[in-house]
Write a protein that binds this ligand. Structure first.
Ligand code: FES
Ligand code: FES
Length: 181
């Protein structure tokens, strides 16, 4: 079957079988920022957005993407020009191994689009389906709150613009997760 969709604003056509899940098709076609963690919808590491809603790609039938707008971490900033959420994760040291970070950031993006000014409890609730084995969550929550502040103060210029070098390549983790593909 063919799947016609937009990915990060670009029209794409994918070959897929009916049994494929969205994560399978994304990763086969180079969108490896969405990570395969539990593969059962329990960790959030594969989170993308489908028509603006967060979706766990490992349990989303690929047919759900047909005709839809899919956003992945690859559609946010680059290592040289991070999205404000990615920038805030780096600046708050809100990542260690990085494996959960693309999913965390995509879930945070969906939250901030729906609620540009969340409080701490709302951030924790929004991220409650996204697991992290490393950070203890405190810095992640602080990063999302700081991203909220930055995006509101720079409304209209929220896509990138926070270029900077951040040492031991945490930017790679914030833009695509760690080096494990
Ligand atoms: S890999 Fe999809 S929820 Fe864990
Ligand atoms: S930074 Fe390692 S799992 Fe979250």
């Amino acid at each position: 079957m063919h799947i016609d969709c937009t990915i990060n604003g670009s029209e794409r056509r994918f070959e897929a079988s009916k049994s494929d899940l969205l994560l399978d098709v994304l990763r086969r076609n180079g969108y490896t920022g969405a990570k395969r963690g539990c593969d059962t919808g329990a960790c959030g590491m594969c989170t993308v957005q489908v028509d603006g809603e967060p979706a766990m790609a490992c349990v989303t039938p690929v047919a759900r993407a047909d005709g839809a707008a899919v956003e992945t971490i690859e559609g946010l900033g680059t290592q040289d020009d991070l999205h404000p959420i990615q920038r805030a994760f780096v600046d708050n040291s809100a990542l260690q191994c990085g494996f959960c970070i693309p999913g965390m950031i995509m879930r945070s993006k969906a939250l901030l689009e729906e609620n540009p000014s969340p409080n701490e409890a709302e951030v924790r609730e929004a991220l409650s389906d996204n697991l992290c084995r490393c950070t203890g969550y405190k810095k992640i929550v602080e990063a999302v709150l700081e991203a909220s502040d930055r995006m509101r103060s720079q409304s209209g210029t929220a896509d990138g613009g926070y270029a900077g070098d951040c040492g031991a390549n945490p930017t790679e983790a914030a833009s695509k997760g760690d080096r494990r593909r």
